[in-house]
Design a protein around this ligand. Structure first.
Ligand code: HEM
Ligand code: HEM
Ligand SMILES: [Fe+2]
Length: 486
């Protein structure tokens, strides 16, 4: 049997670079899961790793690796599509490669410092050299500047390539969105000694990323993905994109107020945050309708089964994780009881995974298809495609299981600590010892292992899919007429 090898010779320069980004993304994803398992276990056995690898460090690596691997995936995804979408070559490939190595070097140094020099009090020098102390974006100030430089190089490359080639509805939205996405990162670099003011700006990065700019970015990737896998009509997809973007910015920007309820900001944020964030699920419903409608019109006939499955997982994961789980605790009357409990962690896991991990995995599969020489990936895969199906099932099942387990812990915590105990210090410890609370955390750990098993199979599949396949890609819908570059 003549096995297909991975062949970069027919990839564009941007696509070769994208593969590098994807590789680092998968490595960071693995680190994220590993450190998630350790921090989860530290809840159950608090002495585990004490003074060697403390919970604050394992948790920090877990969530920073998460944010980073998603960003790596996004940047890779955009480098993957920019040349096809613009119809021209990337303007600054060498500089783009340089930025990749610079960023990766900075990330490596930051992680090593996190792991090995994480002791002593915080002051101005630790803020510059060790840790900025802002959850999810803890990289020290020196690395911030490196990140900004790399983002500028990335942005210039994308914008200038589209300017040289041709614009489309998708690329127009994408480039404008990147301005906002990079812009809000700057808000997380302002130093202030006042914790309320600090949190006020920090939320601009975190909330305006995940509920506005990242949502728009993945909507662009989704639009492109549906055109590629289903051969969906560009006109229809672009129209949906405009509608979703308008709604997302409409609700997501002022929805920011749901993080301003209890941090010392004026009271009007209770109404603004409650009202606008309650509207946030609406565009997410539109995204589900859009994906299912497009797939239905094409009778689910597609050129890449695993990628389409993950795109649909994204539409539903985004809707349930962000929309439903977010909505549950977004009204101030409810958030008063649930704020900062495992309820938030339940939502955080399903939303990040459902909205962002899924779509990245979809792009990985699309990239691999071309890298393996435009191999066949439609229905009836060689070997029955058991690996991608198991990976899909275990990863989604694991994360949904963790989400439910954390919700049970969160219910117990909100009830005992807040409703019964009146949010006192003693009530906090009562809740931490609650039977349901602890059982929920055991279940989380169990489902964490299921998630990890899914990841292992996913990586195995990504490395091997299509290797023994003899057929070539099956083009569908509008793509059959299009020119294929292989
Ligand atoms: C994909 C989009 C989203 C992601 C990735 C996401 C993720 C998160 C995460 C990780 C947190 C915890 C933050 C912390 O460390 O304190 C959080 C908090 C929160 N999210 Fe989301 N979220 C998303 C969308 C939404 C939406 C659409 C809503 C409302 C409908 C929402 C409502 C909330 C609320 C109210 C909190 C505060 C919880 C608390 O008071 O502790 N989220 N979100
Ligand atoms: C092996 C599976 C995993 C385990 C055992 C795990 C465990 C944990 C633990 C123990 C925390 C700290 C929670 C706290 O401070 O109370 C955490 C936080 C977090 N994890 Fe995971 N995790 C896993 C996988 C994931 C995945 C797949 C994602 C998303 C793609 C994710 C996203 C997050 C987020 C956003 C937070 C911060 C939530 C918040 O502060 O509300 N984790 N995780
Ligand atoms: Fe938010």
């Amino acid at each position: 049997m003549n096995a297909r090898t991975l062949d970069s010779s027919h990839l564009t320069g941007g696509q070769k670079l994208a593969i590098k980004y994807f590789t680092v993304a998968v490595i960071l994803f693995t680190a994220q899961i590993l450190f998630g398992l350790i921090s989860g276990y530290q809840y159950l056995a608090p002495e585990f790793g004490y003074n060697v690898l403390d919970f604050n460090v394992t948790r920090m690596v877990h969530i920073n690796a998460l944010v980073l691997w998603l960003l790596y995936g996004f940047i890779g995804g955009i480098y993957w599509l920019v040349e096809e979408e613009s119809g021209t070559e990337l303007v600054g490939l060498r500089l783009a490669n340089f930025a990749f190595w610079l960023l990766t070097l900075a990330v490596t140094v930051v992680v090593l410092v996190f792991l090995f020099i994480q002791t002593g009090p915080g002051d101005m020098s630790t803020l510059w050299l060790i840790n900025e102390g802002r959850e999810y974006i803890e990289a020290p100030r020196w690395a911030d500047f490196g990140i900004v430089v790399c983002m500028l190089i990335f942005f210039w490359n994308i914008a200038a390539t589209f300017m040289k080639g041709k614009w489309s509805g998708i690329s127009g939205v994408l480039v404008l969105d990147l301005v906002a996405l990079a812009g809000v990162y700057l808000a997380g670099m302002v130093y202030t000694p006042n914790i309320s003011v600090d949190q006020y700006w920090w939320w601009w990065v975190i909330h305006l990323w995940v509920e506005a700019t990242w949502e728009v970015l993945v909507a662009c990737i989704m639009a492109w993905g549906l055109i590629k896998t289903l051969g969906a009509r560009r006109k229809i997809v672009t129209t949906w994109l405009y509608i979703e973007v308008a709604m997302m910015f409409g609700s997501g920007i002022l929805g920011l107020g749901h993080h301003y309820f209890w941090i010392g900001t004026p009271e009007y944020w209770l109404s603004i945050g409650g009202f606008f964030s309650a509207l946030e699920p609406v565009p997410l419903v539109a995204m589900v309708v859009h994906a299912v409608y497009d797939s239905g019109v094409h009778k689910f006939k597609n050129s890449n089964h695993p990628a389409l499955a993950w795109l649909i997982a994204h539409a539903f994961g985004n809707f349930f994780g962000a929309g439903v789980w977010g909505f549950m605790h977004t009204l101030p009357q409810i958030n008063l009881y649930t704020h900062g409990t495992q309820w938030s962690a339940s939502h955080g896991h399903l939303a990040f995974f459902g909205a962002y991990a899924t779509i990245n995995i979809a792009i990985f599969y699309m990239a691999l298809q071309k890298w393996r020489g435009n191999v066949y990936m439609s229905a009836g895969l060689e070997g029955n495609g058991w690996k991608w199906k198991w990976a899909l099932g275990l990863l989604n099942g694991g994360v949904v299981g963790m989400t439910i387990a954390l919700l049970i812990s969160g219910y117990d915590q909100a009830f005992i600590e807040r409703a019964l105990g009146g949010a006192t210090w003693a009530a906090y410890f009562d809740a931490q010892n609650g039977v349901w609370f602890i059982q929920g955390l055991w279940w989380r750990q169990l489902f964490g292992f299921m998630t990890a098993a899914g990841l292992i199979i996913l990586i195995w599949d990504l490395l091997t899919i299509g290797r023994n396949e003899k057929r070539s890609i099956q083009l569908v819908g509008d793509n059959t007429a299009a020119e294929v570059t292989s």
